[in-house]
Design a protein. Structure first.
Length: 601
């Protein structure tokens, strides 16, 4: 985990970087400076041979060797893996002291009396060397000062010793250069320190942000895995509870027992609704809700939602109606499941908060300017919503405060999910309400009409031969196996059952079936791997693929995509109803003949 900014020694990092900057130009600049000493001596010798004594040549060679050693030291530093050792900086100081002393002694070794122009050239050249050194070591004022102070002080003293106008002018110039170099060294040192600290803090903050993002992504993945696992674990027993209650209803004839079974069915359905709300809310917040477009009959959808809302009135003096002001038939291309979910939420809330009067669902076209929309309005004569609460009712987990509303159960996610679904579908959801009078929820969606789908009776003609259909059910949960087998046998099918994918792969070697209902998560071998092996064998032996439908308690999009990628033809989410199971069987069994046993199996 990254350190917080308060625990980091920024000064240490800045100093380490200053040291690297000091050495960055040394390997090249130092030998050039040494070569310049030889070049300058040669120039003086060419113009005034008598001025170049053996001491002058000794000075030039010593300066050259010191600069070369300085450059070698810098090169070794840049190649070293241990740049934090203090000896690098100490040796750098020693080299600068030695080189600076050599250049400071140059004017005294070659005084050049009576050669004012050559003397001025020499002094200017040496001051230029000092200026270049100060520039190269500007990252650290101590090194910059050691580089230029000995040279400038020596030049100033030499000029003052001349005791003439030229000398005084030279002294004034040297003092001016010294002041400028001193101030510049201070300013550069401070500014570079500030910039380096800002750079390190910015880099560190970027690392903290990246680390926080990684942690957030990891937490999001953990949350998704938790929700998916909990959904799977809760849906599996729910499937058994709802299925067994349907089976018991046929076996128990007393009114009291039927009433208790109704309560059991209602409680299980309510729990399933809560699970679905939490999962949908999680997907919407993560932006992972995927729309599945398809043909939807608006008349049939509105009538179905109205009929279900009417069934939930439960004896209250409430009239539930629908008003469809659209041509018949009226088909649109949209996600029918999500549109049905929105209308169910709105109608369910209307019935829940209405004790007498009416609840109505209106469907009509609405054209505002150039925008053409399909409008659904849910009107009720319920308790109403205070004006200051209307905006908040679309927030997650919010329920209107009030004596009656506190007794109403629910997650508080229905309206939040509905409004987000409308937004994903390109529409809006609005509310108008008055306390004691009722509420109107208006859902506006973009219209995309389409021709009615062509229907055939092929499914029904093949479905009439259900007694000849053999289904393999692969399910490790005994209660779910019992429920699904009973549903299939009620449809007149022959059912074989197995407990895991490995058994299914081996069993299908010798037994022909018309369809496989495959649970996805099982011990020994899961449904995905079993399906992949079955498909590989069918391809290898050139067999007709058997339809394989996933039975999954997971609503995770990744699991659904994985089932398709493994070779499954479809999937059914548990808990499923008899109608859903019958529809999926018709969908796939109506498109193929019975599978013959492979001759070479």
């Amino acid at each position: 985990m990254a350190e917080s900014p308060s625990t980091i020694d920024w000064a240490q990092q800045v100093n380490a970087t200053r040291t690297r900057m000091l050495f960055s130009h040394v390997p090249l600049a130092a030998p050039i400076s040494g070569g310049f000493a030889l070049l300058l001596t040669t120039l003086v010798y060419h113009l005034h041979p008598s001025a170049v004594t053996p001491w002058v040549w000794l000075w030039a060679i010593t300066t050259f060797l010191l600069e070369c050693g300085h450059g070698l030291h810098g090169w070794r530093y840049l190649k070293s893996r241990n740049r934090q050792a203090p000896h690098w900086r100490n040796r750098q100081l020693l080299f600068l002291v030695g080189v600076g002393s050599c250049w400071a002694a140059s004017i005294w070794i070659m005084p050049l009396p009576d050669h004012y122009e050559l003397r001025a050239t020499l002094i200017g050249s040496v001051i230029g060397v000092a200026a270049c050194g100060a520039f190269l070591f500007t990252a650290d004022r101590l090194f910059a000062r050691i580089c230029f102070l000995p040279i400038l002080i020596s030049m100033g003293v030499f000029c003052a010793s001349l005791m003439d106008v030229r000398g005084m002018f030279g002294l004034a110039s040297v003092l001016g250069f010294m002041s400028i170099f001193w101030v510049s060294a201070n300013r550069s040192h401070r500014r570079i320190g500030e910039l380096l600290r800002l750079r390190f803090e910015s880099e560190h903050l970027a690392q903290l942000r990246a680390s926080a993002l990684d942690e957030a992504n990891a937490l999001a993945k953990t949350k998704d895995m938790f929700l998916a696992t909990m959904s799977h674990e809760m849906r599996t027993p729910l499937h058994g509870i709802l299925g067994l209650s349907r089976m018991l209803r046929e076996d128990v004839g007393t009114s009291g027992a039927n009433q208790r079974l109704d309560l059991l069915q209602s409680a299980g359905t309510h729990l399933l609704g809560i699970i679905n709300d939490v999962l949908d809310f999680s997907r919407l917040r993560a932006g992972r809700l995927v729309l599945r477009q398809g043909p939807v009959d608006v008349h049939a959808l509105v009538e179905e939602v109205t009929a279900l809302a009417h069934a939930n009135v439960r004896g209250k003096p409430v009239k539930v109606t629908c008003d469809i002001r659209l041509p018949s038939p009226y088909w649109i291309n949209t996600d029918g499941h999500r549109l049905r979910q929105v209308l169910h939420n709105l109608m369910g809330n209307a019935v829940k908060f209405t004790q007498h009067g009416h609840v109505s669902l209106l469907a009509r076209r609405d054209k505002t300017g150039s925008k053409d929309s399909l409008c659904f309005e849910v009107q009720d004569t319920g308790v109403g919503i205070p004006e200051d609460e209307i905006k908040r009712i679309f927030e997650p987990f919010h329920q209107v405060d009030g004596k009656y509303e506190r007794r109403v159960t629910g997650t508080g996610l229905g309206l939040s999910i509905s409004t987000q679904i409308c937004q994903v579908m390109g529409g809006t959801l609005e509310c108008k309400s008055k306390v004691g009078t009722g509420s109107t929820f208006r859902c506006m969606l973009p219209v995309q009409t389409m021709a009615p789908p062509v229907s055939t009776d092929e499914h029904d003609s093949v479905w009439s031969q259900a007694g000849d259909i053999h289904v393999l059910l692969v399910e490790d949960n005994p209660v779910n196996t019992l429920v699904a087998k009973a549903e299939l046998e009620r449809m007149g099918m022959q059912v074989s059952t197995l407990e895991n994918g490995r058994q299914a792969v081996d069993w299908l070697l010798l037994n022909p079936v018309d369809m496989v209902l495959m649970d996805c998560h099982m011990p020994e071998m899961n449904g995905f791997e079993a399906t992949r092996r079955i498909r590989e064998r069918e391809t290898r032996l050139n067999l007709t693929p058997v339809p394989i439908v996933a039975l999954t308690a997971s609503t995770n999009q990744a699991d659904q995509e994985l089932s398709m990628a493994s070779g499954m033809n479809d999937f059914v989410s548990k808990p499923f109803s008899s109608v859903e199971l019958q529809q999926i069987m018709k969908k796939h069994l109506g498109q193929r003949s019975l599978v013959a046993a492979p001759a070479d199996a």
